[in-house]
Design a protein around this ligand. Sequence first.
Ligand code: SF4
Length: 503
Amino acid sequence: MATNHKLSKTTFMYGCQCPKRLYLHKFRDDLRNPEDEFQQSVFNAGIFVGDLARKLFDGGVDATPPDSFSYQKAIEQTQKFIEAGETIIYEAAFQFEGVMCALDILVKRGEQWYGYEVKSGLSVKEQHVKDAALQYYIITNSGLPMADISITHLNKDYVRQGEIDVAQLFLHESILKGVLAEQDFVANKIKELKGVLELSDAPLIDIGRHCYDPYACDFTEHCWAHIPSKNSVFELRKGAGFKLYAEGFKHLDEIPADYELPTVPALQLEFYRSGGERLEAEPIKEYISTFPYPMFFLDFETFMPGIPEFEGTRPYQQLPFQFSLHVKRSPEAELEHYEFLGDGINDPREELKDQLIKLLEDSGSIVCYQVAFEKTRMRELAEAFPDSKQALTSIQERMVDLMYPFQKRWYYHQAFNGGYSIKVVLPTLVPELSYTSLNIREGGTASLTYSQLRYQEPEVIAQQRSDLLAYCKLDTLAMVRILEKLNSMVESALKAGGALNEK
Ligand code: SF4
């Protein structure tokens, strides 16, 4: 019987990212961050893709252990399958030098063995090669020569026509060359990481970019506890914080007055120190005067299923499922509100598009925040529904971007911290409107909520639909109020001489 392993593929990869992560994972579960619902959903999506990929190699036998404590059984089961002449084994498990790994799909053709590791993304990443290099090392050293090893990933060019065609949905990419080049690295790393597991305490490794690259570490709350929760150097944009931290600075107050920074973090720091704001009234007035009435304030929410759910869609295509629309027909007119939310089951795009075309009428400005996103969705809708192409193209041409004055820094406030997203701008310009009281507060959660709506109980569905509607509605109401505030600040500044530079 195989003896218990010290390292697995997962813990080996943790150790490659940061030996301290490996140590904490093994011995200090109490220091782990609270579970991240979004990360869990990415993990669940990966399992679904893996199950589908098995259809590429139908009729295999499964060595998956009954639970996560029984990997030794999976290793023994795999050996039995090989000895019994099985030619397709799912979750084939091996162990060598106290390191175990499982390979998604192991296939025998003639006398040769081929490995396929399934990934739910659209391409091969550097970390996939390292991960497969460990599998190749363990499998070949435990006595099974391999002719090739590939990453099986989703095909970005696949377009669903009818039922899912798994042969077209996936691509196999051989990474044998890269895997062979990493064999010495793997052998040395295994020795190093086994040494880490013998330590009496976690290795002394400081925070750095490795805390988020290639994966977000789940011990950041512990390791980053010494960083000030407000006004730390890591609030500076463009990665300036890592350089400053390496030079011994943690708080913005510690940065020397003559320290040279790139433009955006320098502006952030300048306004942090002065506590002020800046407004250039003329360019803002000139820009927003190009927004004719009626004004339609529009925002979409989208979701991106890895496995295309609807006819004519590709893996991870952004599919709009919801919009909120506030309409202001004149400066004095009452604000009108319209909204749409798909049913969570059927393709929402056609109805969403029809309602939008009707509601957006033929003239007036369509105000978005970060308009490139909405324009791209419109282009995609036009491709999907050629009969509506003319109407959707004319909608695109009427779109204007409320983010532009903030992106150009015609208005900048210390509290923006170098950013200009609506979530950054709103609390400063319109503090009475806030996302904090909502159950859904950002687009990632909205997308996740919608994609799982169909699996919920009716009362949960009703609550989550109401949460989604409230979130999207606030996005467009925020735009209305930000524009009003911008207008009033510009008018005041123009009366006072054209610019505000309060410090
Ligand atoms: S948070 Fe950073 S330093 Fe701490 S264990 Fe994770 S990767 Fe290592």
